[in-house]
Ligand binder design. Structure first.
Ligand SMILES: Cc1cc2nc3c(=O)[nH]c(=O)nc-3n(C[C@H](O)[C@H](O)[C@H](O)COP(=O)(O)OP(=O)(O)OC[C@H]3O[C@@H](n4cnc5c(N)ncnc54)[C@H](O)[C@@H]3O)c2cc1C
Length: 398
């Protein structure tokens, strides 16, 4: 993506906005979209380029939680995944670009009685929990026969679980769609790093000494949000988890369901590629440095799971960092009663399926919109601060 305005051309002290969004990843760009819809004057900054952080991934699995024992989080994600195709279609139409979204479902091999029991519960409960009235989604057990060649039968001795809610999207294509939608409607400054925000003065300070004036700031800086929050919240709320994924070219499988087994994903995309992943590392020094040693184990397991991959042509590996809150869930909302600093991060492995709903909930709160999307209690800033406090006191249950 090209920067709309290079920082050195913009006298930043003269910039003033209703809302300054920090971070042009999938969360920041969705926030920009909803802020625009609400009529706010928006400036978005990114210390590198929009879409160059964790959102530059390859996998693009839009995978739901299982439909048994529904709770607030599962329901939030269900509604998010249900509304996403309509929103993507609108953005594609307005931007003239395509994101290769497809609700092609997901298969999971059943090989132990414990999972079979869970599948049975999911089949039963999904009839109610995944029935949204206007649309409903299915969770069922299917025979391996119809997926011969796509799934290794030896890994699915008891059959396969299939759900119709899972979808996939090409992350880089989708980021281009979102970026194209907002780029002419907001001020975007790339290569511009926030280092602090003075709530009283509404003044954001950049690493190169410039300042931007804004009534409110949304911190959507991915895993780096946690460091920006430390001095403001006086709490350590999360960290970055590095991961790898890999891309292959394989024709004729774009409509096949994604496969998931024991942490390994195989995701066929609408552009003729298949993405495979992924790994997890809590310790790392270079966020985008690729190490084949981290890719090979999941690639070997993916080929074992999906024999069709034997004919695929390798295209590339990618590594990036996902934001993970210590209290596990996304963090969304005003940092405190002063209402100047807002947080939008922590989507970890499921950001692409829920980012729009998180961003909408936040912007609706900022603008005081009626009939707002409600957030699960564990997404609230207060919940994360309380969990951090428990950690500090050492009285958290393990
Ligand atoms: C290997 C891997 C596989 C994944 N697979 C999936 C998947 O299949 N499905 C799914 O939904 N999710 C997946 N994810 C997770 C998902 O990609 C991330 O959770 C998501 O992209 C995070 O988006 P974000 O907007 O919060 O952060 P980012 O995309 O990281 O964006 C943050 C932006 O903020 C900028 N920034 C940082 N600090 C500052 C600052 N001080 N000032 C200005 N700008 C700043 C950065 O440059 C960056 O562009 C995966 C992640 C990885 C690593």
């Amino acid at each position: 993506m090209s920067a709309k305005a290079a920082l050195n051309l913009v006298p930043a002290t003269s910039l003033s906005s209703d809302l300054l969004i920090v971070g042009g990843g999938v969360l920041g760009l969705w926030a920009a979209k909803y802020a625009l819809d609400a009529g706010l004057k928006v400036t978005l900054i990114d210390k590198k380029r929009c879409g160059s952080g964790g959102s530059r991934g390859l996998l693009g699995a839009l995978a739901p939680h299982l439909p048994n024992a529904m709770n607030d989080k599962k329901r939030f994600q269900l509604h998010a995944l249900d509304e996403l195709p309509g929103l993507v279609a609108q953005l594609e139409e307005q931007s003239g670009l395509i994101a290769h979204y497809g609700q092609t479902g997901r298969l999971m091999p059943i090989r132990v009685p414990g999972f079979q029991k869970r599948v049975d519960r999911c089949i039963e409960e999904s009839r109610v929990s995944w029935d949204l009235g206007v649309r409903s989604y299915t969770f069922e057990q299917v025979e391996i026969g119809s997926y011969e060649g796509w799934v290794n039968p030896e890994l699915a001795p008891m059959g396969l679980a299939f759900d119709s809610l899972s979808a996939r999207i090409v992350p880089r294509s989708f980021m281009q769609v979102l970026y194209a939608f907002v780029m002419d409607r907001i001020e975007i400054i790339e290569g511009c790093e926030l280092i602090s925000f003075d709530q009283k003065k509404g003044r954001a300070r950049m690493r190169d000494g410039r300042a931007i004036l804004a009534d409110k700031v949304v911190l959507a800086a991915g895993y780096e949000t946690y460091d920006l929050l430390k001095p403001l919240a006086r709490a350590d709320l999360g960290h970055g988890v590095k991961g790898h994924s890999s891309l292959f070219k394989l024709d004729g499988v774009a409509d096949m369901p994604s496969l998931y087994d024991n942490g390994v994903y195989v995701v066929p995309h609408g552009d003729g590629t298949v993405a495979v992943g992924n790994s997890s590392q809590n310790e790392w020094s270079d966020e985008h440095a690729v190490s084949e040693g981290h890719c090979l184990p999941y690639i070997i397991r993916a080929i074992e799971l999906c024999p069709a991959l034997q004919k695929a042509k390798f295209l590339s590996h990618w590594a990036g960092v996902r934001p993970r809150s210590h209290a596990k869930d996304p963090i969304v909302g005003a940092l405190d009663d002063r209402g100047g600093v807002h947080v939008l991060t922590g989507g970890f492995k499921i950001s692409f399926g829920i980012a729009h709903r998180l961003a909408r909930a936040l912007i609706e709160r900022i603008t005081g919109a009626p009939n707002r999307v409600s957030l699960p209690p564990s997404y609230e800033v207060a919940y994360h601060l309380a969990e951090a406090e428990k950690d500090n006191r050492g009285d958290k249950k393990i």
